[in-house]
Each structure stands twice: as structure tokens, then as C-alpha cells.
Design a protein around this ligand. Structure first.
Ligand SMILES: N[C@@H](CCC[C@H](N)C(=O)O)C(=O)O
Length: 257
């Protein structure tokens, strides 16, 4: 089976062209392919499939092999893949697990239209937003010092989030200009270098709580992103865009599972 590897600010993905609809691997095999010692290594695996009325369908699996909710960086990488295949040029409309998305394709960045966000929920001293995936946002005065993996796991498996199917957890520091965001990702069960739906949640919460205005510059471990949006926490957020690079790293053949 032929595969491609892409990354968007260090959030990395195995991509398979499944336009013929033949992909049949289960959770165990997907987790194996994403394993960084026994497989290719990735935060997730995506399929590009045909979809009537759209340029393509995005199917996303977390690195533990479970089918994930929306992945923003994955969406940007899959758009780049569709452009590399010659399926789309400078604009695309595709369908994903959370509904329709549009994206603008530029040489150095993909600008992905995200779902509207109607509510920022306060939970103790943290905030929760649904940006296609569930995200807790915790502000920190020293984000580099945070134990993202262990505290993130505690929150992700806490009673508060058990009934909601868990959550991703973002630790966010206000910079002079913009935010530094580190994310514990559900389904990877570890910190990743960047999370697109996570930085989107962080920017919108930062607008609601600290008054940051669009565009919000984001620094992650894996690089820089930008979030544009209209609206506010009272009216709801709309025209939300996740903007940043998405790059093909290599391609190859899967020879054993
Ligand atoms: N890395 C992703 C988020 C992936 C979804 C998440 N792990 C989940 O299923 O909750 C992104 O860039 O948005």
C-alpha cells in the first residue's frame, strides 16, 4: 500500500489516497502504522476519499487507531495533498467528520475555514470550547514549565470529561504578541508539537477572556500559526480560519503490518 507523510507545524500524518475506497485496516493496524518505533510514525492517519458534491472526504484516525473528531492541522495537510494530487488548485470545499470546510491554497500556507464556535464555557478556572474537537484551555504564566503530558492526562481522564468522551488540553501563555500554546492530544495520549483545533480554541478563548483581537499569532513547539475570526463570545465566532504551513515530507510503500 502506498502512503504519504505530511506535517503541519510538526503535527504529522500518514496519508493514504483512498479514492477507490479499498482501505480496510482496523484500529490495531492503524496504531501500528502510526507507531514511532514499529511503524512509520505519526500523530494520526488520514484517508482522502471521494465524496459526492465535494472535492474529497477527509477521514481522520488518531495515532491510537481510534477515529478522531476534526483535526485542523490534518485538514490543512490533506488539502495540500489534494493539491499535490492535482485534484484542486487554489481553493477547495471538502467534507469532514464535523461538516463542510473550505480552504485557500497558497504556496507557503493553507488557510482552513473552521466551524463556527457558539460558546466558551467556564470550567473552574479553565475554559472549554468545541472547535470541531473538544478543547480545554488553561492559561499559564510559564507554559514551558508545564508538565503537559501528566497534567493533560489527568484532566483528559477526569470525571468532568469522562461523560464527554474526554478532551484535548491546551496550556496557553500570553506573549507580548499572541500566544504560546502546548497541547495534550486525546487519541495520541501525549503532547504533540502543534494542534490546529487546539490553537483555534486558545485564540477564541483569549479573545473572550483577555481581549486579543484577530489575527492572533500562535507559537507552538512545531512552528507558527495564525487564527483569524469574526464575532465574539457573546454573538458567537464565525469566519474562523486556521492558517499555516503544510508540507509533504516523504512517500513510500507499506510492506508489512
Ligand atoms: N491534532 C488535531 C486534533 C486531533 C483531534 C484530537 N486528537 C481528538 O480526536 O480529539 C488538530 O490539529 O486539530
Amino acid at each position: 500500500m502506498k502512503f504519504y507523510k505530511y506535517q503541519g507545524t510538526g503535527n504529522d500524518f500518514v496519508i493514504i489516497d483512498d479514492r477507490e475506497g479499498k482501505f480496510q485496516l482496523g484500529q490495531k493496524e492503524i496504531a501500528h502504522l502510526c507507531h514511532r518505533r514499529f511503524g512509520i510514525g505519526a500523530d494520526g492517519l488520514m484517508l482522502l476519499q471521494k465524496a459526492e458534491g465535494y472535492d474529497f472526504r477527509m477521514v481522520y484516525y488518531n495515532s491510537d487507531g481510534t477515529e478522531g473528531s476534526m483535526c485542523g492541522n490534518g485538514g490543512r495537510c490533506l488539502v495540500r495533498f489534494a493539491a499535490d494530487l492535482g485534484l484542486v488548485n487554489d481553493f477547495t470545499t471538502f467534507i469532514a467528520v464535523d461538516g463542510e470546510h473550505q480552504a485557500h491554497i497558497n504556496p507557503n500556507e493553507i488557510s482552513l475555514h473552521m466551524q463556527n464556535v457558539s460558546e466558551i464555557e467556564a470550567i473552574s478556572s479553565d475554559y472549554f470550547a468545541q472547535t470541531g474537537s473538544p478543547h480545554l484551555v488553561r492559561f499559564s504564566s510559564a507554559v514551558q514549565e508545564e508538565d503537559v503530558k501528566n497534567i493533560g492526562a489527568q484532566i483528559r481522564y477526569s470525571d468532568t470529561f469522562k461523560s464527554r468522551g474526554g478532551t484535548n488540553v491546551n496550556f496557553v501563555e500570553l506573549l507580548n504578541q499572541g500566544l504560546f500554546v502546548r497541547t495534550y492530544e486525546r487519541g495520541v495520549e501525549d503532547e504533540t508539537y502543534s494542534c490546529g483545533t487546539g490553537v483555534t480554541a486558545a485564540a477564541l478563548v483569549a479573545n473572550a477572556i483577555h481581549g486579543l483581537t484577530s489575527p492572533v499569532a500562535i507559537q507552538t513547539i512545531g512552528g507558527k500559526l495564525s487564527i483569524e475570526f469574526k464575532g465574539n463570545a457573546q454573538t458567537g465566532f464565525y469566519d474562523v480560519y486556521l492558517i499555516g504551513p503544510a508540507v509533504r515530507v516523504f512517500e513510500g510503500e507499506i510492506t508489512s503490518l
